[in-house]
Design a protein around this ligand. Structure first.
Ligand SMILES: [Zn+2]
Length: 499
């Protein structure tokens, strides 16, 4: 099969087609031990040092369910407005993969622990309710490492190694219902949903939600149908999309690719696809298995899970303040509009602004820097805001320096760029680069006199009372001091001299 390589421009695709998205998110739970044995779940241990007969699937070993994992999963389900099953079972999902030593994965199939909830996300001031189909519990697989190839993939590798430390770590899968009606915002809604879910999981204290370490992983489903069509299109499932930015890019790419396939009169193939971080494209993986290929059956080695009502109520009562409620509180404290707040939140800047305010900056200043200069820098360098090499305390310090009159807004931009470039704290940068505003009168007077001498016509106008011309001289002073002059004081001095 030849892949369509020419993409349809995004706006053109949106003028003819309507997308439906869906997301499956895997979250590694932050329990002390694995799902069915006592091995530790610590990240980064020596390969195959956190294993035992149960998670290696040795004959005769028996699994025992981790109570904390059940509780964490119910916490997630309740926070997502789901119903909790009064009785459910684990199931065996049978398949052979080298990183799954038992040849089956213990998962949940037709009897998930949590069903039928929702999570609201706000994008560009518009609210979208994302339906939650189910939240179920399973065990993670081990990890294969392919050695010797150029790409790290199995093709072209000399040999492969397997690390079973991750095998058996409790993994929650949150599956959304299909989300129609997002139109051109589909990629942004997908990203906003994962951001919201990540913040929710963090607030619940059930996972460290580090996407870069794989504790939060997304599969993104995308389909397209002609505008006004009665039925949805055929969906593809893009696997293991491992950053918030990539979620947005993967949906956008699939929309543009599928539009090209449909424009060409072909059919979209239902399949699994791989996302490539380097160029933002997807390529076909294996064709989608049917559920029957896995021969699911109830796990005979485990008792059913039947949480008592009191236990569920107790978890519900113990839920912390969730991100949506926290946002409402912060929005009121900071006095921001709905639109400003949703932009802040979707840019992943909420915690950063909150910490910058805690470090002494005003909410308006904190927002201005994170959403302005720093967001632009993050965008240009393809980095998430939170990953920028600058701390909220440093941003607050820049804001302080402006308030104290040591630097102005323009110089502050230079200071921020220098901090990002690793030149040290704001104070060190101001010192080293000589960026402090020139406001002492001796230095300023020299610059003012030079400006007057160099622009006699302008000076004459001002002497004649045309004070609007002062701006030109202030500009000359700013230029001569490379932006470091205190503009208000310079203006005063010019008027004193020529008044
Ligand atoms: Zn184990």
């Amino acid at each position: 099969m030849t892949e369509v390589m020419q993409l349809v421009p995004y706006d053109a695709a949106m003028s003819r087609y309507e997308p439906v998205i869906g997301l499956e998110t895997h979250v590694e739970l932050d329990t002390a031990t694995k799902m069915f044995c006592g091995c530790p779940t610590t990240f980064g241990l020596e390969p195959n040092s956190a294993v035992c007969p149960v998670c290696l699937g040795l004959p005769g070993s028996l699994p025992v369910t981790n109570r904390a994992a059940i509780e964490y999963t119910m916490r997630i389900g309740l926070a997502l407005n789901c119903s909790i099953a009064t009785w459910c079972r684990f199931a065996r999902k049978n398949y052979f993969y080298p990183d799954m030593p038992k040849d089956f994965q213990i998962s949940q199939y037709d009897e998930p622990l949590c069903i039928d909830g929702w999570l609201d996300v706000v994008v560009e001031g518009q609210s979208f309710r994302v339906g939650i189909e189910r939240v179920h519990l399973e065990e993670d697989t081990g990890k294969s490492l392919h050695v010797g190839g150029a790409t790290g993939r199995i093709h072209g590798a000399d040999y492969s190694l397997v690390d079973y430390n991750r095998a058996g770590i409790p993994l929650v899968e949150v599956v959304t219902k299909p989300v129609p009606g997002t139109g051109a915002l589909a990629p942004v809604v997908a990203r906003a949903y994962v951001t919201e879910l990540r913040d929710l999981l963090r607030a619940l204290g059930v996972s460290d939600v580090r996407m870069e370490e794989g504790s939060l992983r997304c599969d993104v489903n995308t389909s397209l149908a002609s505008r006004g069509a009665a039925e949805w299109g055929t969906r593809t499932e893009t696997k293991n999309v491992n950053s918030l930015r990539s979620v947005e890019r993967a949906v956008r790419f699939e929309i543009q690719r599928q539009a090209a396939v449909l424009d060409d009169g072909q059919k979209v193939v239902q399949e699994t696809r791989h996302f490539h971080e380097d160029n933002g494209t997807t390529t076909p993986g294996r064709s989608k298995e049917e559920a029957q290929d896995y021969r699911y059956f109830p796990e005979p080695d485990l008792v059913p899970v039947a949480p008592e009502r009191e236990w569920v109520d107790q978890i519900q009562a113990g839920l912390p303040q969730l991100p949506a409620a926290r946002r409402m509180r912060l929005q009121a404290e900071w006095g921001l509009s709905d639109l400003d707040m949703s932009q802040l939140s979707n840019a992943g800047a909420l915690d950063l602004v909150s910490e910058t305010v805690a470090a002494g900056a005003s909410a308006a200043d904190a927002r201005k820097w994170w959403m302005g200069e720093l967001a632009r820098y993050a965008n240009e360098t393809s980095t998430d805001l939170a990953e920028l090499p600058i701390t909220p305390a440093q941003v607050a310090r820049v804001s302080d320096l402006i308030k104290a009159g040591t630097i102005n807004d323009k110089l502050a931009r230079q200071v921020l760029v220098a901090v990002l470039a690793g030149e040290g704290d704001p104070d060190a940068v101001v010192q080293a680069r000589g960026l402090a505003v020139v406001s002492d009168d001796t230095a300023l007077t020299e610059a003012v006199d030079a400006a007057i001498a160099a622009n006699p016509d302008v000076a004459a106008k001002i002497r004649d009372g045309k004070t609007a011309a002062v701006g030109a001289l202030v500009g000359a002073v700013m230029k001569a001091t490379r932006g470091r002059a205190d503009a208000t004081r310079a203006r005063e001095l010019i008027l004193e001299r020529l008044g």
